[in-house]
Ligand binder design. Sequence first.
Ligand code: CP
Ligand code: NVA
Length: 304
Amino acid sequence: MKKDFISIKDLTEKDIQEIFILTDRLKKDKLKFRNILKGKVLALVFQKPSNRTRVSFEVGMYQLGGYTIYLGPQEINLGVREPIKDVARTLSRYVDAIVLRTFAHKNVVEMAEYADIPVINGLSDFLHPCQALSDIYTIREKKKTLKGLLLAFVGDGNNVCNSLLYASAKTGLNMHVAVPLGYEPDKNVLEEAKRIAHSKNASIKLFYSPEKAVKNADILYTDVWISMGQEKEKEIRKKRFKNFQLNSSLVRLAKKDALIMHCLPAHRNEEITEEVIEAKNSIVFEQAENRLHVQKAILIKLLR
Ligand code: CP
Ligand code: NVA
């Protein structure tokens, strides 16, 4: 049966460890396995803009000997020019895998259902698994372990937050999430993540106070208040989130050596201050870099 990468929920802790061990090897030598995907073609079907996801998948494929085809919103016009199930079956006749960046998560599920080739979730409104998996790899790389550490996510309970919940739970990383009322992460994801974390002697907690959530945290993480597709809610969201900014007074409540993380793109002086994102313990570009290495490991796992 073909494999997809749609949610971290579908991975075991062992799968994640294997991806990380392969990533370590790929990161050490970027030309390692340089022909392993020779002749393979990856289609990038993107309904939203992207810097990191697009470039890291394209460069990753090239470094492994393969090729990519970028299909932006105008080319495929997913679901409008033709139904997703037809796009899935057509692309399956030409290429070897698809990365889909879309709005509704059900689009990714439908693409995977009808495609005969692996489908990778390159971000939906619900999840961003490539990001969260790379982030956990980055934390492991910096801190040498995951168990016993506390990751505090402050801001919107969005796609990145949902995927970080699954990733933390699966790897035994403790996680606090601080959100304004009404902007909680997905209820089912939160409950499931809590259950999985519990079985790994870790804990996941929801807070409405950022100050309480970040106390003694080893890692502080935030993401934009207005995700792609939510532009109409801009003014109301800016009001609701104003006390959830990652600024130096919040950072002071965490551990002294706490790492600062953001998936990028960042809106400076909205969800994070210039001072905090530029601080010496900010690892946002290490996160961006590791997208490349981790996704190369994912591509090898799915295509070989
Ligand atoms: N973090 C991330 O996915 O960035 P892009 O939207 O630029 O791909
Ligand atoms: N939550 C953001 C992440 C961007 C990488 C968005 O969906 O726009």
